[in-house]
Design a protein around this ligand. Structure first.
Ligand SMILES: [Zn+2]
Length: 305
């Protein structure tokens, strides 16, 4: 059981964690508290926005829309990693969910994943999640293809850590919307087990110290640079089409390193072959000092003539 953080306390916690905070004007009084309870709070829910480029996603989350009035979450985390605060209090983000999941979150009693939810908004016995969860709406098309930029993912972990740390919660207090409501799929493209692993690593360090895990440190751009150096072609050659970038980055990196090592061995073999030829010409082992002496002698002879 925990009383919700005040707006100022939340901002302070986010800044301590090292995230870039943007307070949308009016957010401190923007909420749905007149429609139902806000608190006791027990966790953080992660969402995707199902929006693409050109959508004013921050205002959408602040205002909501005709079918679903805002705020639609505590904040919106855009692809650039900025945490835009949009709601202070109850927000229309979680909807109904499974009480067994809530218990597992409160007790942080599960390993891996919470029990599979069997409820959603409006189903019999569903629990009101909007009273119990903070929510981060994270900008993503939600089609399973739209990538999650590293800077955004790191901000999502840190913003969640800010709330968990302020309440004294562990990583199991953060769940995906799909773990709360059985008809949801968000955040698509993020495995919440991985997310909680990263969140636990962040919480294990003092606030503001976590920089992201090693897997993430090796991004698509790094893979391209490894292959192409600084001359990344606008159109990748056919043997190296976009498919490999969608694949396993560790594998791609290992393959690239293997290829570089192989070409290094080939280069070395060629250098050795050239060295052998030069030696066989019997000009190898030229002594520059002796040569200089000879030239000097010759010059002296000429001058003496
Ligand atoms: Zn959602």
């Amino acid at each position: 059981m925990a009383a919700p953080l005040s707006a100022s306390r939340l901002v302070e916690a986010l800044r301590a964690e090292g995230v870039t905070v943007h307070e949308v004007p009016g957010w401190r009084t923007n909420n749905r508290n007149h429609k139902g309870a806000w608190g006791p709070v027990n966790g953080v829910l992660i969402h995707h926005t199902v929006t693409g480029p050109g959508t004013d996603v921050v205002n959408l989350i602040y205002d909501g829309h005709s079918a679903l009035p805002g705020p639609l979450s505590t904040g919106c985390i855009t692809k650039d990693g900025v945490v835009h605060l949009t709601g202070n209090g109850r927000a229309n983000h979680a909807g109904g969910g499974d009480g067994r999941v809530l218990d597992a979150v409160i007790n942080e009693s599960y390993s891996g994943r919470p029990p599979a939810t069997q409820k959603h908004d409006g189903s019999p016995g569903a629990v009101d999640g909007n009273a119990r969860f903070y929510g981060w709406e994270c900008e993503n098309e939600g089609d399973g293809k739209d990538p999650w930029p590293r800077v955004q993912y790191v901000a999502m972990v840190k913003a969640t850590a800010a709330i968990c740390r302020a309440h004294g919660w562990g990583a199991k207090s953060a769940i995906g919307h799909l773990e709360w409501s059985d008809w949801k799929v968000d955040p698509r493209g993020i495995d919440m087990t991985d997310f909680r692993r990263d969140l636990a690593a962040c919480l294990a360090l003092p606030a503001g110290q976590w920089k992201g895990n090693d897997d993430m440190a090796f991004g698509d751009d790094d893979v391209k640079k490894l292959w192409y150096g600084d001359h990344i072609p606008a159109v990748p050659p056919p043997y190296n089409n976009a498919d490999w970038l969608k694949g396993n980055k560790t594998w791609t990196a290992k393959y690239a390193i293997h290829t570089i090592a192989a070409s290094g061995r080939e280069t070395l073999a060629r250098v050795k072959a050239i060295e052998a030829k030069v030696t066989s010409l019997e000009v190898g082992g030229v002594d520059l000092d002796a040569l200089a002496d000879k030239v000097a002698d010759k010059l002296a002879e000429r001058l003496a003539e």
